[in-house]
Design a protein around this ligand. Structure first.
Ligand SMILES: [Zn+2]
Length: 308
């Protein structure tokens, strides 16, 4: 559906434009609502036609209309990046739209898929923003990390409400097992958490474990090297990924992020552009790992399990 993709792309560009505002202002602790966007050099407010995602940058050939200062390529790239992510989000909804033509799907199936797609889009927005912010300012603002974790739990609770009767539940074959409440199964002192409890509780444990894992690594590093090597922001970022995706995908994101960061560090050291004290934006690499885990996490983890 080219029209569906085009609509998603344009909407994604607009959200990407707002993401640029967040990236420019949140690390400076400025409001993302007011004042209107202005040139960071000459402070001239942007005219509406100079504020059109990607297009304005191309028409202005990457320079401010008033003072001719260069406008970073980061702006159109962020807009394009999120537009692509939004097209991918739309693709996740497309099978539902096709299916609804022949046999009507139950409303809660459609709603559940919609909530999952919103979560996918929100995660992409947050991770892309954190990736750029850590790269440019070495900051991972709490409004994105903690705010994102709060958004994740809101969306997980929405998902839990919409869980189907067969989703993530233990099939009961033994009539001795007593169902105390929907999704909560008790049998002679054995408690199985299933359904909504498993989903919400599981993510709560996943996010906490991911946070503590990096806090532990951080303390160990400080103990060995005698200086701080990692910000707490990285731990909050990994907790954010775990809250949205679960613990295994968060571990995958950590692995990808650390390996990519190490490769980047080796390249910098080899080309004498950094020394032992240079800072590597680990948060950017973690965020990139999180984006990969959101896109292909299931497939990669599945492949890894078969390998074992
Ligand atoms: Zn200017």
């Amino acid at each position: 559906m080219p029209l569906f993709d085009l609509a998603a792309f344009v909407l994604g560009l607009l959200f990407g434009s707002f993401l640029n505002v967040c990236i420019a202002r949140l690390p400076q602790h400025e409001s993302v609502v007011t004042p209107r966007s202005r040139c960071p050099v000459c402070r001239h407010p942007l005219r509406w036609y100079d504020n059109i995602p990607v297009l304005s940058w191309l028409l202005l050939r990457g320079r401010c209309r008033d003072c001719r200062t260069r406008i970073s390529l980061q702006y159109p790239l962020t807009e394009l990046g999120f537009a692509l992510w939004f097209v991918l989000t739309a693709h996740r909804l497309a099978p539902l739209l096709h299916a609804s033509g022949s046999v009507p799907l139950p409303v809660d199936t459609i709603l559940a898929a919609a909530v999952r797609s919103v979560a996918f889009a929100v995660l992409g927005f947050l991770l892309l923003g954190l990736l750029v912010m850590d790269w440019q300012t070495q900051q991972l603002p709490d409004s994105f990390t903690f705010g994102g974790i709060a958004a994740a739990f809101f969306l997980i609770c929405c998902q839990a409400i919409l869980l189907g009767p067969t989703d993530e539940q233990i099939r009961l074959s033994n009539h001795h097992i007593h169902l105390s409440s929907p999704g909560n199964v008790v049998e002679h002192g054995n408690l199985f958490l299933t359904g909504p409890e498993a989903l919400i509780g599981g993510r709560l444990v996943a996010a906490t474990a991911a946070f503590l894992l990096l806090v532990g690594v951080r303390s160990l590093y400080k103990l060995v090297r005698g200086r701080q090597g990692m910000g707490l922001g990285d731990a909050k970022l990994l907790a954010l990924i775990a809250a949205f995706l679960g613990f295994s995908p968060a571990l995958l994101a950590l692995f990808v992020g650390v390996v990519a960061g190490a490769v980047y560090a080796v390249v910098l050291l080899a080309s004498h552009r950094a020394d032992g004290h240079s800072r590597i934006p680990l948060g950017s690499f973690l965020a990139a790992g999180g984006l990969l885990a959101a896109l292909y996490g299931q497939e990669i983890l599945e492949w890894y399990r078969r390998l074992l």
